[in-house]
Each structure stands twice: as C-alpha cells, then as structure tokens.
Design a protein around this ligand. Structure first.
Ligand code: FMN
Length: 189
C-alpha cells in the first residue's frame, strides 16, 4: 500500500504596513487550493522554532523599510541560520518593497534585499522575488507622521512612486501567483 503524505509548507513573515502579510496569506491560499498544507506565522507573534523537520518547504517574507528587513525577520534568520542552511526542502524568500514595483529598480532591489543580505548569514538562495508594497498616506495608515514624511521625500526622489495618492497598492497579484505556483513545482518534485 502506498501512503500519500500531504506536503506542508511554513510561511513566516515580518510586516510593518500589511503588504507582506497579505502576500503570505495569498500564497497560503494558492497552496491550499493545490492540496498542500500551509502554515502562516507572523514572526512578531511566534519566532521560536527548533528546526524545520516537520515541513517540506520554507518561505520567508519581509517588509523593506529604509533598505532593511524587519527586526523580527533579521532575528529569525540570524537565530535559525544553521537550520535554514541544512534545510533539505526548497527555501523561498520574498520582500515587499516600494521600489520593486519600479521597472528600472526591480532587478537591483531584488538582488540587494534578498541574496546579498542572506549571504551575510552564510545562506544561499535560488528561489526569490521582490513584490511591490503599499503606500498609505490615509488617516488609517500604520505610518506615523515621520514615516509619511520620509516616504514622501524618498518616494518622490525615486521617480514614479505615487506619493500624491492617498493609498496605493503596488502589489502585482499575477507575479505573486506565479511565484507561489513555481514554488509548488519545487516542493512537489
Ligand atoms: C518610512 C518608509 C521607508 C521605506 N523605505 C523603503 C526602501 O528603502 N526601499 C523600498 O523599496 N521601499 C521602501 N518603503 C516602502 C515599503 O517597502 C512598502 O511600504 C511596503 O509595503 C512595506 O511592506 P509592509 O507593508 O509589509 O510593511 C518605505 C516605506 C516607508 C513608510
């Protein structure tokens, strides 16, 4: 008798304004639609894992602010670097970043925010992508006044970021779906 065990993927993320969280939830939905179990964890709420032996796949997602991952993602990667290095399943990484949505910046920030950073922890990666983020100047924004100010200045310098609109979601859901489906291929083979 052949016993089919379900594949299980862990998606951990760090978010500031919600874009990275939304992407984690979307990726998990796509996995579940394809009969793969997905566990989604906000690293702010839980970050202690002994190892990743229970999982067939591991994806880390991070928000980018002033060129940096969130503190929780940094701590997680630092603390778990040996476990990540020896993890046998496919390892995926994504970021949500304002500049990733700008065609002329995309390739540069994708390399800078993911493989270049991971190298500092002795971790190599072959499956990763950079998605756009959320730029929210509305009353209900999670940005404080200083962050709004920084974003207005930095965003307008990086020509093309829509700093005049109240709320802009720069995530490309087709790109995100492609990332999730491509990852599933790696897990299933
Ligand atoms: C204060 C501030 C600084 C930011 N710095 C950067 C940056 O250096 N590079 C970038 O690509 N995007 C930058 N962004 C845009 C964020 O990456 C974007 O808002 C994204 O949605 C963040 O992910 P999150 O929503 O999961 O927190 C910045 C946004 C703010 C508010």
């Amino acid at each position: 008798m052949i016993v089919m065990t379900e594949k299980k993927i862990l998606i951990v993320y760090g978010t500031r304004y919600g874009a990275t969280e939304g992407v984690a939830i979307k990726i998990a939905e796509i996995f579940r639609e394809n009969n793969v179990l997905a566990e989604v964890v906000n690293l702010k709420e839980k970050s202690n894992f002994d190892n990743f032996e229970d999982y067939d796949g591991l994806i880390i997602g991070s928000s980018i602010k002033i060129g940096q991952w969130t503190r929780h993602v940094k701590n997680f990667v630092r603390n778990m670097r040996l476990e990540i290095q020896k993890f046998s399943g496919p390892f995926g990484f994504y970021v949500c970043s304002g500049y990733a949505s700008q065609e002329e910046q995309y390739q540069k920030v994708k390399e800078e925010y993911i493989p270049d950073r991971l190298t500092e922890y002795g971790i190599s990666i072959s499956y990763y992508d950079a998605f756009g983020g959320i730029i929210d100047f509305s009353e209900s924004s999670r940005m404080g006044w200083l962050e709004k100010k920084i974003m207005k200045i930095a965003g307008s310098q990086a020509a093309g970021l829509p700093v005049e609109s109240e709320y802009t979601d720069l995530r490309d859901w087709d790109q995100i779906e492609k990332f999730a489906l491509g990852y599933l291929e790696l897990v299933k083979t």
